[in-house]
Design a protein. Structure first.
Length: 345
């Protein structure tokens, strides 16, 4: 695992700076700890008071790493700009998501999740299919397609820069279990046999991986991604080249070059170091089974139908005026270091 908290992109306030000073790291650690300890329950008895899934008392914060970003290329530590076509796709997706929120308090109060949107009557777009294959939350509950993969404990992506990994090597393959948290782990098997990629007609959520050895470095080429799943806007034309290098007995350097000419104007590279965990303390394999027996999703949809019936009888508010997609208007929360919120692009 990576024992440090390092932003993917270099924050604007550290432009031109590749590493933090010890004083800057200490200040950021103090800031994060203060945010975690802060009581955010606000008014007792409100939805925000009771909706939290975890108590901050039981959460901890990783210390700030030395580097100011995981992105090492481009040298400015920033993900390259989107292409013109990708910008158009991003705009269309964002406009649709904002249209779902137009009649909510989130837009009325001009919360961050409604940035660029407006407050008004429920949008006619609520009756339209989204202009993209949805895997995230949209503020509508017509069916399971409107709800996110994360709600079903299936929010993992490749490349992955967080969580823990259990790596098992055999003569013809390398297997990696990604523990992405809250039962959302997944397994990946990388053939190291010289076999070619699958035919281009076969598309997989995590792509098709093919590995080879260059000395002590495992180089993995990943193609054939599914058009249904997005990594920061990239879909079926996403291409990864990963390099797993052992630096010493307890440290692996992971780097990945990410390329999609339909999404970014140039490739970009991320690098991080992972520290070996205690094998005795971590000897138990926890199977990711959060998605099995998922009673929450049908229950949420039954609740949505109940609210619609109540509104039709004049006994409740229009469901379109409720925000069920964002974190109280905060779009999944804002990172304490970077100030960035969640999002597909």
């Amino acid at each position: 695992t990576d024992p440090y908290q390092t932003p993917l992109e270099r924050p604007a306030q550290f432009a031109g700076k590749e590493v933090f000073t010890d004083e800057e790291r200490a200040a950021l650690d103090k800031q994060r700890a203060g945010i975690l300890r802060r009581d955010q329950r606000l008014e007792r008895g409100t939805e925000r008071d009771v909706a939290g899934a975890y108590n901050a008392v039981f959460q901890s914060v990783r210390p700030t790493g030395k580097r100011t970003s995981l992105v090492v290329d481009p040298p400015d530590g920033r993900i390259p700009p989107l292409t013109l076509d990708a910008s158009k796709r991003s705009k269309a997706e964002n406009e649709y998501r904002l249209a779902m929120l137009e009649a909510t308090e989130t837009c009325k109060n001009k919360e961050p999740a409604c940035s660029g949107g407006k407050y008004g009557r429920p949008s006619p777009k609520r009756a339209e299919m989204p202009p993209f294959y949805n895997t995230g939350r949209i503020n509508r509950n017509d069916g399971p397609e409107d709800r996110s993969m994360t709600e079903r404990c299936m929010g993992a992506l490749l490349p992955d820069f967080g969580g823990y990994r259990r790596i098992v090597q055999s003569p013809g393959s390398v297997s990696i279990f990604y523990d992405t948290g809250q039962g959302q782990g997944w397994q990946r098997v990388i053939p190291v046999t010289g076999s070619p990629h699958l035919p281009s007609s076969i598309r997989l959520r995590f792509g098709d991986s093919r590995g080879r050895w260059e000395g002590n470095t495992l180089v993995v080429d990943v193609t054939n991604f599914s058009p249904k799943f997005s990594y920061r806007g990239a879909r079926e034309t996403l291409h990864l080249v990963e390099r797993w290098s052992r630096l010493d007995a307890n440290t692996i350097e992971y780097s990945v070059t990410i390329e999609d000419p339909t999404t970014w104007i140039r490739p970009w590279t991320v690098k991080q170091e992972m520290i070996r965990q205690d094998e005795q303390a971590n000897r138990i394999y926890y199977e990711p089974r959060c998605h099995e027996g998922n009673f929450g999703l049908p229950t949420m949809l039954r609740g949505a139908r109940s609210e619609e019936r109540a509104f039709a009888r004049g006994e409740g508010p229009d469901p379109a005026t409720k925000d069920t997609a964002t974190d109280f208007g905060n779009e999944g929360g804002v990172d304490a270091l970077t100030g960035n919120g969640g999002g597909i692009f």
